[in-house]
Design a protein around this ligand. Sequence first.
Ligand code: SF4
Length: 359
Amino acid sequence: MSEKIEILRPSALQQYSACPGSYKMQLGFPPETSPEAEEGTMLHERVRRNDTDGLDVEQAGAVEECRQFLEDTIRDSGLATATFENPLEIHDEDGSLLTKGTADVLLTGKGDTCAVIDWKFGRVPVEDAATNLQLAAYALGAMQLIKAQSCTVHVFQPRIKKHTQYTFSKPEAILQNIQKVISRAKSDALILRAGEACRYCKAKAVCPAFRRQTDALAILRDNADALATPERLAEYYAKTQIVKKFCTQIEDAMKAYLDEHGECAGYFYKEIAGKREVSDIAGLCVAVDGLITHSEFLDCCTASTSKVEALFVEKLTAAATANGGKITKKDAKAKFEEVAAAFIQRGTPSRRIELKQAE
Ligand code: SF4
C-alpha cells in the first residue's frame, strides 16, 4: 500500500499526536504481538460471547465485570441496542475516508445520542476518556454513522477497576484535531518527541531521540545528585518506565532466539525445578493423618476466595432459576460478601506508583 493512501488507525493516533515522527519511524516494521496482546484479543472475544469457560478465575472475573458494566451502562443510559465489534469509519468533510477502526461496543437506540465502550485488559492505566484520541475518533465515527449529536465514550479497565467517561458533542472539533495529527504524522518534517509515546513504539532500537533518553539515564551511574530534587526524580522515573518496556522487548527477543537456536553468544537456558504443588489435597490429608490432625492440616491450606465466590454465585443462580426466580450476578456476589464477611479478611494493600491526571 502506498504511503499516500495509508489509513492511520485510531488506536495509533494518541502516539502520533505525542510523537508525530513515530508514524514514519515505524514504517516497514512488522506488526508486533505479545502474550498480553493475544490475551487481550481473546478476552474481548469472550466478553462478546459472554463466555468464561476454561478461563482462569482472574480472567473470568474480568470478563464478568465487563458484562456487568455493559448491563449497568445500558440500564443507566437507556440505550438498549448493543452491537459488538462495530466497524466505524471517520470521513473528511468531502466524504473521503480519513481513518477507521472497530469499537468494542456501540450502544444506540435513543434519540440523537449514542455511546461507545472500550475494554482494556492491561494493568497500565490508559489515557482518560476525555483526552483519549482513539475514543474521540470512535465517537466521531459513531456520530457520523447514526447522525447523532453526541456520543458518550467509556473506557473500562476491569483489572485495575478504572472507568472514565466523556461525552463528545463537537464533531467538527474532533475532526480538525484528527486531521491535524494525521497531517503532522505524514508531513516531511520528522518531529520526534521521546516520552510516553515510546512505550509501545516499534522504532526504539533505531530512534535517535529514544537513544538520547537512554543516554540521559546512563549519566545517573556517576551522578547521584541527579536525583536530588523531586522534579528530577519524577523526570528520571518516567524515563525508566519507558526504557523498562524496551528491556522487556530485548528479553523477549533473547528468549525467542534461545528457543530457536539454544544459545546466543554464550547465553543459554538453565533448567530450574518447578515449584511443588499439591495435586490432591484430600489424598495428602489422608496420607499424613495420624501425625498431622485435620485441624493442623487445614491451617496449612489456603482457599481461593474468587473460586469459592464463583462457585457460590453459580450455585445460587442455579437454585434461583430452579425455583422459578432470578438473581443477578451482582446480587449473588453481594450475597456472597454478606455470607463470607466474617471469614475473609483483606491482606496488606499493595501499592502502585501512578501519575496524577491533569485537572
Ligand atoms: S521511539 Fe519514541 S521518540 Fe522515537 S519515534 Fe518512537 S515514539 Fe518517537
